[in-house]
Design a protein around this ligand. Structure first.
Ligand SMILES: [Zn+2]
Length: 103
């Protein structure tokens, strides 16, 4: 399997750089993290994830909660519209990213 898209949450963790601990760190994301990004947050010991919206993609919010991570879902209409617009304009890319065949 080839992962063609940069997972933005993983990029964010990389950009922070190596740390001995991410205690106290908060990960912010426009949309709900996918399984890969949720796993990275769990692996790094992130304690709080703030999510702009989960209407367009439910993601793995329950997995984060099950692992004791505080999830703050803002349900921001602007974030929802932003993602909806992106998905509409980039349908093939979006479906490729979430691992579902484009309709
Ligand atoms: Zn992801």
């Amino acid at each position: 399997m080839v992962i063609r898209r940069h997972m933005l949450k993983i990029d964010a963790l990389r950009n922070v750089g190596r740390r001995s601990s991410y205690a106290g760190a908060t990960l912010y994301s426009t949309l709900a993290p996918c399984a890969l990004c949720a796993g990275a947050a769990i692996q790094c010991g992130i304690q709080r994830v703030v999510v702009g919206e989960s209407e367009n993609f439910a993601g793995e919010l329950q997995l984060l909660k099950d692992r004791g991570i505080e999830v703050v879902l803002i349900d921001d209409p602007e974030a929802t519209a932003l993602m909806k617009n992106f998905i509409t304009q980039n349908s093939q890319l979006w479906h490729e990213d979430i691992g579902i065949e484009s309709p």
